[in-house]
Design a binder for this molecule. Structure first.
Ligand code: NCD
Length: 270
């Protein structure tokens, strides 16, 4: 990807293009990296991060909003709390729309940058990935499962570590997966990627909780050549004392997000 960007991408290739960021849910990294990517390619950006100051607050539906914004845009980056928002978006013609997160469903561009990070760090035919935290509502987990299945031909071993309220949905389960509520010796010894997520409290309707924090002590139980990932934002799932551990790759993920999104925009709009 770095060579694609240095050889094929120029800083004015999006000179005449406008990208619209339409975010119905909070975002720091996804929104900022799409904007930074478009700026680096020489394009312009319209930003709707405060959707309550748009006509959405007057009751305009998603279809009308998209059909309006496409009149000014070559590309729309959409984040929406409804899982079905992708179905509405797929019916809009004459504009490219990128899914930047649809409720508890998918987050495909995060999966691209997560896969890119794994590929850079773990040189194995099929890494063992341990998913830890809220696996039920985390769209980044769902999309990473999908993309790693495609890229590694269903060969990755997956461990799903969570409690009953936040465990992975049965539809993602396949033969050979380990579903458990605690980290075990077998998991410590065999994990290549520990992928941690926060509790997605915006989707939790009852008082269910789960407590888990990755500390230096916990990290000492894993192999030296594994990596620790998190899509961020982190709340309390990873102790900041872990940040200096060379296995912590969450800031690399954030950096890779820019490269991935520059590549994606340039491939979509050229
Ligand atoms: C994630 C998201 O929005 O799904 N963040 C991101 O895009 N980097 C993860 C999260 O909010 O927990």
């Amino acid at each position: 990807m770095k060579s694609y960007i240095s050889q094929k991408v120029s800083d004015n290739m999006m000179r005449d293009k406008i990208m619209t960021n339409l975010f119905y849910q909070p975002s720091t990294r996804t929104s900022a990296s799409f904007q930074a990517a478009m700026h680096k390619l020489g394009g312009k950006v319209l930003s709707f991060n405060e959707i309550n100051y748009s006509s959405v607050a007057k009751g305009e539906d998603l279809e009308d909003t998209l059909n309006t914004l496409k009149q000014y845009s070559d590309l729309i980056v959409l984040r929406h709390p409804d899982i079905t928002s992708t179905q509405v978006a797929s019916k809009i013609k004459d504009v490219s729309i990128i899914n930047a997160g649809n409720g508890t469903g998918e987050h495909p561009t995060q999966a691209l940058l997560d896969l890119y990070t794994i590929k850079n760090e773990i040189k194995k035919d099929a890494p063992t990935i341990t998913f830890f935290g809220d696996l039920k509502y985390s769209r980044t987990v769902h999309s990473l499962l999908d993309i790693t299945d495609k890229y590694y031909n269903n060969k990755c071993k997956r461990n799903f570590v969570s409690n009953g309220d936040f465990q992975i949905d049965d539809k993602y389960f396949r033969y050979g997966d380990l579903v458990t509520n605690k980290l075990t010796k077998n998991i410590f010894e065999n994990t290549d990627v520990l992928y941690v997520t926060r509790l997605q409290k915006e989707y939790i309707t009852n008082n269910t909780q789960m407590e888990y924090t990755v500390t230096p002590d916990l990290m000492s139980k894993f192999n030296n050549d594994m990596i620790l990932m998190h899509p961020f934002p982190r709340v309390w799932e990873i102790d900041k004392k872990v940040d200096n551990d060379p296995r912590a790759k969450y800031f690399d993920q954030i950096k890779n997000g820019l490269l991935v999104r520059m590549t994606l925009i340039s491939k979509l709009l050229v």
